[in-house]
Design a protein around this ligand. Structure first.
Ligand code: ZN
Length: 184
C-alpha cells in the first residue's frame, strides 16, 4: 500500500470539515419531493450501499460531470457498492490511473443507467443481470482519485441527472447525509 501522501492528508482534512458541516444541513424530507419529480424517476434508484450505512453525498459545481455525486465517509475503503436498481451490467472497465479508474455501468429500465467509479474491485461481469442491492464492487480510490470514495452518476438517455435516492432529491450543491435503506 502506498504511503499516505500530503495530498491525501489534505483531502482527509477537507472531508472531515465537510462531515462536520453536514450536521447543520437538514436532509431533504420525502415530503419535499414533488410528485412530478417522482414521476420523472419512474425507476427507483436506491442508495448504493449496505442497509443502515451512513454516507455523506457531496455535490459541487466543479465536479465532472457536474451532477455526479461523491459518496464519502471516513472508512470508505472496501465498503460494498450495490446496484441502485435491477438491470444489466453494461460496462466493467479499468482506465488505470486516470479518470474513473475501475468503474461499472449498470443499465436499468426506461433509459436509466447508473455509474460507479474509483472502485477497488469488481464483483460482476459484463452482461450479468443484477437485482436492486446486488453487490457489484468495492469502494476504492482508483483512477484520478485522491482518497477512497464512490463517484456515482444517475444517467438518463445519456445525460447525467441530479441524483434522487429512493425518491429523495439530494442537495445541489452541498452535502446531504444519507442512510442507506437498500436491502433493509
Ligand atoms: Zn467524483
Amino acid at each position: 500500500m502506498a504511503p499516505v501522501s500530503t495530498k491525501k492528508r489534505a483531502l482527509t482534512g477537507l472531508l472531515s470539515a465537510a462531515a462536520a458541516s453536514v450536521a447543520l444541513v437538514a436532509a431533504p424530507t420525502a415530503s419535499a419531493v414533488s410528485s412530478a419529480d417522482v414521476g420523472v424517476q419512474a425507476v427507483n434508484l436506491r442508495t448504493p450501499f449496505d442497509c443502515g450505512q451512513v454516507w455523506n453525498a457531496n455535490t459541487r459545481t466543479n465536479h465532472n460531470p457536474q451532477n455526479a455525486v461523491d459518496f464519502q465517509r471516513g472508512d470508505a475503503l472496501g465498503k460494498n457498492v450495490r446496484s441502485s436498481a435491477a438491470g444489466t451490467v453494461e460496462t466493467v472497465r479499468n482506465l488505470g490511473n486516470r479518470s474513473y479508474g475501475k468503474y461499472i455501468v449498470v443499465r436499468h429500465a426506461e433509459g436509466w443507467k447508473t455509474l460507479y467509479a474509483h472502485l477497488n474491485s469488481f464483483n460482476v461481469s459484463v452482461g450479468q443481470s443484477v437485482s436492486t442491492g446486488t453487490v457489484i464492487g468495492k469502494v476504492g480510490s482508483t483512477g484520478g482519485s485522491t482518497g477512497p470514495h464512490l463517484h456515482y452518476e444517475q444517467i438518463r438517455n445519456g445525460v447525467v441527472q441530479r441524483a434522487v435516492l429512493n425518491g429523495v432529491a439530494i442537495r445541489y450543491f452541498g452535502n446531504t447525509t444519507i442512510t442507506s435503506s437498500t436491502g433493509c
